[in-house]
Ligand binder design. Structure first.
Ligand code: PEP
Ligand code: MN
Length: 336
């Protein structure tokens, strides 16, 4: 980290600042140039508060030269992380598909979808019990009953379940959930992230609608800082100026996250475009970009879905998608 001092910063103020930085176990290199004076900070700068430094009378600007996240950073953890859930691995050697309805609607609907996605080769069942809807008048999910139905579908099919948590007050209700999803709208719910950091359970962390990759990795860092290092990142499309799609799938996030972090990353092509017919091409692109898996919305009757019907595949469409995915994944020498 580099601290640029104000041209006329008084000597005593600079000395006080240097002492203060050294007391944070940082080594400070003072460099006097013709036009500017710099302090080079070496050490663990992740916990340095930039706003605090900028408020100092002697400081003109502060520049980070290394990433502010440590535990999620590949620099300090060169090997890829593989996450194990009930004997299934999510990481670079495998390609996992999580599939199921946007929201759990009934016992019959979930059992039907769970059976069919399992037969097509999905490794995990998804389904929202608590739904973060833009309108308070839209279907909000079956809530606790939805979790019960997911557990029942797990008993029926053996598929581990993935479902979204909305608040730290719900943690007890999620004890038997295999992977807890943090939705795009909660990516920066720091209180929730901190609480999830105390669990010993994988967290599927979706990228926020308008969040940078650094902010996303900092959210992963929040969970990891509490001791839970089992994070699966999920790119689900971001907001841009484009209105023809629900979101824009940022596929460049896959190679970039793989370079910056050791955490696995999967793609959600359903929320990315918002249109069922685009799921397959985006899924193919995700495999080509090096993603570790997919999360796909599947509904037994998309036209009647209470949530996200336009982007949901029916079981037959999902089956065809999986045949295509299996061929491509096999070609890359990865397991499903
Ligand atoms: C979902 O997975 O159904 C969902 C609400 O996703 P996101 O948080 O990406 O909008
Ligand atoms: Mn959805």
């Amino acid at each position: 980290m580099i601290v640029i001092l104000k041209p006329n910063a008084p000597q005593d103020k600079v000395q006080t600042l240097i002492h203060q930085l050294e007391s944070q176990r940082l080594t400070v290199h003072f460099s006097q140039g013709v036009n500017s004076t710099l302090l080079g900070l070496v050490g663990d700068t992740a916990s340095v508060d930039i706003d605090h430094l900028l408020a100092d009378d002697a400081v003109a600007d502060v520049k980070r030269i290394s990433e502010p996240y440590k535990l999620a950073n590949r620099r300090f953890h060169p090997l890829d992380t593989t996450i194990s859930v009930e004997g299934r691995e999510i990481g670079p050697k495998t390609f996992q598909v999580i599939a199921g309805p946007c929201s759990v609607e009934s016992q019959e609907q979930l059992a039907n979808v769970a059976q069919s996605v399992k037969e097509s080769g999905a490794g995990f069942l998804r389904g929202g019990a608590f739904k973060p809807r833009t309108s308070p008048y839209s279907f909000q999910g079956l809530e606790e009953k939805g979790i019960e139905l997911l557990l029942e579908a797990k008993r029926l099919t053996g598929l581990p379940i993935v479902t979204e948590i909305m608040s730290d007050s719900q943690i007890d209700e999620f004890q038997q959930v295999d992977i807890i999803q943090v939705g795009a709208r909660n990516m920066q719910n720091f209180r929730l992230l901190k609480a999830l950091g105390h669990l010993n359970k994988p967290i599927l962390l979706k990228r926020g609608l308008s969040n940078t990759i650094e902010e996303w990795l900092m959210s992963a860092e929040y969970i990891m800082a509490g001791g839970n290092e089992q994070i699966i990142l999920c790119e689900r499309g971001i907001r841009t100026f484009e209105t023809a799609l629900r979101n824009n799938l940022d596929l460049s996030a896959v190679p970039l996250v793989k370079r910056l972090s050791h955490l696995p990353i999967i793609i959600d092509p359903s929320h990315a475009a918002g249109m069922a017919w685009m799921v397959q091409p985006l899924a193919r692109a995700a495999i080509a970009a090096g993603a570790d898996g997919l999360m796909v919305e599947v509904h037994n009757n998309p036209k009647k879905a209470l949530c996200d019907g336009a982007q949901s595949l029916n079981p037959e469409e999902f089956h065809l998608l999986m045949e295509d995915v299996k061929r491509r994944v096999a070609f890359e020498g990865r397991e499903m």
